[in-house]
Structures are given as C-alpha cells and as structure tokens.
Design a binder for this molecule. Sequence first.
Ligand code: AHM
Ligand code: MG
Length: 323
Amino acid sequence: MSRITTLAEFIVERQAEFKYSTGELSRLLTAIRLASKIVNREVNKAGLVEDIIGAAGNENVQGEEQQKLDVLANELFINALRNQGECCGVGSEENDDIIVYENERSKKGKYVVLMDPLDGSSNIDVNVSIGTIFSIYRRLDDNAPVTQADFMQPGSAQVAAGYVIYGSSTMLVYTTGHGVNGFTLDPSIGTYCLSHPNMTTPSNGPIYSVNEGNYFEFEEGVRKYIDQCKQKRMSARYIGSFVADFHRNLMKGGIYMYPATTKAPKGKLRLLYEANPLAFLVEQAGGSATDGKARILDIQPTELHQRTPLFIGSKEMVEQVSK
Ligand code: AHM
Ligand code: MG
C-alpha cells in the first residue's frame, strides 16, 4: 500500500511556508477541518432526520430563508474557531454583524475568518452537493481591539482560503498562497487524505456555468459571450451550488458566471464570503476571477455583505468575457 498523507500531517509539513508564526495557521485549519467533519456527518444524514432538513423559520441578513443545516453549520464553525484560539473574530454570511470572541485566548488571536458555512443550502432538501467556503486574514493591528476594518481587507490580503465540498465524496481544498491542494475524506477512518496534490486548472475548458434563466437580464457583453459558448457547442453545466460548480470547473476547465442582472445590479454572490476566497484559490491554480472588469482580489470592500458580479475559472475564458 502506498503511503497516505493526511491533511493533519500535510498542514504540519507545510507550515514553514506560512510567513507568520509556525503553528498558528495549522491550528486554524485544524478547527476548520474538525468542524467540517461534523457538518459532513450532519449533511449525510439530512435525508433521515426530519429535525435537520428543511427551513429553520428565520431569515438571514440578505432576507433569504435559512435552512436548519445552515444554522447548525454556522454554529459549528463559530464554536470550533472560538475554542481553537488563534482567531479573534468571525464574519459569516449568516450573521448580520461580525462576531468578536470575548474569551481571553481568542482575544489575543491574530486572525479573522470570513465564511459561508453552508453554500448552496437551498439544495440540501434535494440531495445535491453543497459546500463551506472560508477565508483567513491577519488582523490589521494585533494590539488594538478587533474591528470591522479587520474584515474589510481586499482579497489580495488573504493568508489562506479554501472550501469543503460535501459531494459524492467530501473534499477539503485549500491554499496558503503556495499552490492548491485537495484532500478527500475517507469516511471509514474519518480522515482527510491528500488526493489532489498541486491542483491546477486548464487555461481553457469545455464548460460554461451560468443561470441562463436570467439571460435577458444580463448586459449585452455577457449575452454575446454566452451566445459564443453555444456557437462553439460548449457544455452548459449549472448545479446552482457555487462550490460544486466551481470545483467541477477547476478540475475540468471552464467558467462560472454570476453576472449583474437588471434586478440585481450588483450580482448575487458575496465578495467577502464567496468571491474572494475562491478567487484567491483559482489564481493559485492558474485561473482568474473578475467582476467583469476588475480583478476580484483588488476590490476594496465597503460593506460586510457586499455583493459582486463574478466571472471565475479558466484564465482565457475569464479574460474573454471581461474584455
Ligand atoms: P447561498 O449562499 O444562499 O446558498 O446562495 C449562493 C448560491 C450559490 O451557491 C449558487 O451558485 C447561486 O446561489 C445560485 O443562484 P441562482 O439560483 O440565482 O442561480
Ligand atoms: Mg453562499
């Protein structure tokens, strides 16, 4: 049997690549790794447990109905990061405001985490892949109290980012700015094992992913690009679960688009929780991400729950639609 590298081992092996103190990022990733395993367990039994599947009856800050698993995943990640100690606060798609940890250990933490704890959650009830997206920043001033400004740094300041896909298998994929590596959860031993070392994405690909039901609401340039995709007989693939669409396109080559629409002129996806982390990751894999004009990672956020149009994936395709 060939040697297996577990995520825990890999994190320790690579911690020297991280420009700040040894061990800090490792501990943060450990918290995310553990929480994701619990979320995975709950996602897998969602069909069985009436209490978990279905709407929780609350709306999140964007007025969308929260699913019960969203709420659970949110709590699990927030608690895991609090217990761990390196993180002084969390910004979550599911919470109106930032959460600042009050325990002594976390107060000294040098990092903030932004996350979408369960992306694509409208798909839970219908057994379609969903995901967690996370993004880690160094706080601006270790000696000052954490403020919203710590969470509003441009994506280029991320020190690590990644996602977990709860799919036909569960994978955790992350970057610390030194390439991208993917780990598959072996459910028999409950361990993430290195399965996709040094992931790169093709510079061009056969797939375009967009909610074409909105076609007549897109601006002309985007409509023309979609027309070209069809003329080239490319494959249309759209799950409606960003992490899953992104993951497939990363592996096979392609472009995911959530453009501005007449109804939603800023698009749907959130800059801090969805666009920035996957933009960092795709660039590390050789791809690209823009809002149609500017590089996603260069955008200076102005609001915590800011939305952005998004074009992300294979470099040549993103360049073409962003002209
Ligand atoms: P969510 O964070 O509330 O789950 O919304 C984000 C999701 C993405 O996963 C997905 O790509 C997109 O919304 C689908 O939107 P639409 O149904 O408008 O195509
Ligand atoms: Mg989301």
